[in-house]
Design a protein around this ligand. Structure first.
Ligand SMILES: [Zn+2]
Length: 131
């Protein structure tokens, strides 16, 4: 990812910053400029809670080049407690224990190395919430 694009995503990447439409309440992650529900343009930014649950999941066995050293790995759609949905890796759990409804929290982890210089990209991955 080019540095300028990477810098613009820092609030989402590092703080899970989302936007709530002030007209209808819909939450967007990443934040948007126009609400897809009511076309409103007024938003408030807030940091989402880091907890949610697995809505669906799959195992990636033949990933793209950036993730080729990590296969196989689990990816899921996570519904955050604040209502936003995001797609991320599910880690620190055997594949057979990943179920719909599994409670997870997002942890900041290394995602992949990019380019010949090995630029490391970071982001969030879902790990099971231990009771
Ligand atoms: Zn709205």
């Amino acid at each position: 990812m080019p540095p300028a694009k990477s810098w613009r995503t820092y609030p989402q990447t590092y703080r899970l910053e989302a936007a709530r439409c002030l007209d209808c309440g819909k939450i967007f992650f990443p934040p948007r400029l126009i609400c897809s529900k009511c076309h409103g343009r007024r938003f408030e930014r807030f940091n989402m809670k880091r907890t949610g649950k697995v809505l669906t999941h799959t195992i990636i066995r033949t990933p793209g080049d950036a993730f080729s050293g990590e296969a196989p790995f689990a990816v899921g759609v996570i519904e955050m407690d604040d209502g936003a949905r995001l797609t991320t890796q599910i880690v620190d759990v055997p594949f057979e224990e990943i179920k719909i409804g599994l409670l997870v929290k997002l942890e900041f982890r290394r995602h992949y190395c990019e380019g010949a210089d090995g630029i490391i990209n970071y982001g969030h991955k879902a790990v099971p919430l231990r009771q």
